[in-house]
Design a protein around this ligand. Structure first.
Ligand code: NAD
Length: 273
């Protein structure tokens, strides 16, 4: 492969997303919306594919309804964008699902819930990547895939931080109190494997695949939880929604042009102990 990198010292060029078409699965979620605004401000046209519609106020950000549990839905939406834009440059897989009984404890974890989470978090990423890689190869695009993991894709949870939380009052509702369930860690670790497989097999096509592992965002969780979580973070705080905007721009732009197969951990130091 040719080394076609040129010397570039201009940070605006290095981080520019001008003329780039980006697709974010799970794009209307909290992080997805933050990512889309950042990438748009750097010059990208961004498509948010999600099962939930949100009001958007940026002329470079578009919404398409998509359920990643449907192979056809993924295929058809990507086809639609490619037809309109001629190409896609960057795909971000940011979806995660919290079906009924998601927070059930391990001993009683329901097979049905496990399978739903695996399908949405992991199988959806496999299908989206398969589709987009075929597009990148067909059009000879130096494409870029970013998979959003979690610190819990690389380390197991410390369940003691969830002890004595109020039932029925976790921020996402449901009848169990907040926790990190087995399906989350397992699906996120699976995504780490998917990312590495894609990176090592697609490098020769100049396709880059990396992941971002965020730590927990402060979202008005119970004080008791926030205190215990924060104690484990060297920077002494939970993340804010915008803490991941710089990292996503880095991964999506030429700033990370020699990076593939890497997992960028941005967690305030949680995994550094
Ligand atoms: N928020 C955090 O503290 C945190 C920490 C670490 C990692 N993450 C990761 O960041 C990503 C985004 O998290 P978030 O907090 O913004 O979550 P979020 O729930 O706000 O966003 C997830 C999005 O996925 C969408 N989605 C769910 N099922 C879908 C389906 N079947 N088809 C299409 N879309 C579907 C939802 O509608 C939602 O918009 C997730 O992958 C999550 O694991 C979040």
């Amino acid at each position: 492969m040719k080394n076609n990198t040129k010397n570039n010292f201009d940070y605006k060029d290095i981080f520019s997303m001008k003329n780039k078409k980006v697709v974010i699965f799970g794009g209307t979620g909290n992080l997805g919306l933050n990512f889309s605004k950042t990438l748009s401000s750097a010059g990208a046209k961004v498509y948010l594919l999600d099962k939930v519609k949100k009001k958007l106020d940026d002329k470079n950000i578009f919404f398409l309804k998509c359920d990643v549990n449907s192979k056809k839905n993924i295929e058809n939406n990507l086809k639609k964008i490619i037809k309109k834009e001629k190409k896609i440059d960057v795909l971000i897989y940011n979806v995660y699902s919290k079906p009924m009984d998601y927070y059930q404890k391990f001993e009683k974890y329901n097979l049905n819930t496990w399978e739903k989470v695996m399908k949405t978090n992991l199988t959806g990423a496999f299908l989206a990547s398969q589709n987009i890689i075929n597009h990148f190869k067909e059009k000879k695009i130096s494409g870029n895939i970013i998979i959003v993991l979690s610190t819990y894709g690389i380390v197991g949870p410390d369940l003691s931080i969830y002890e004595n939380l109020k039932k029925h009052k976790n921020i996402y509702g449901g009848k169990h109190s907040l926790t990190t369930p087995v399906s989350y860690t397992s699906s996120k670790s699976g995504l780490l494997g998917l990312m590495k497989y894609l990176a090592t097999t697609c490098g020769k096509f100049n396709i880059r695949v990396n992941s971002l592992s965020p730590g927990g965002v402060f979202d008005f969780q119970e004080k008791n939880f926030v205190k215990k979580y924060t104690k484990k973070v060297p920077l002494g705080r939970m993340a804010s929604w915008s803490d991941y905007n710089g990292p996503i721009l880095f991964l999506a732009s030429d700033a990370s042009s020699y990076m593939t197969g890497s997992n960028l951990i941005v967690d305030g130091g949680w995994t550094a102990w």
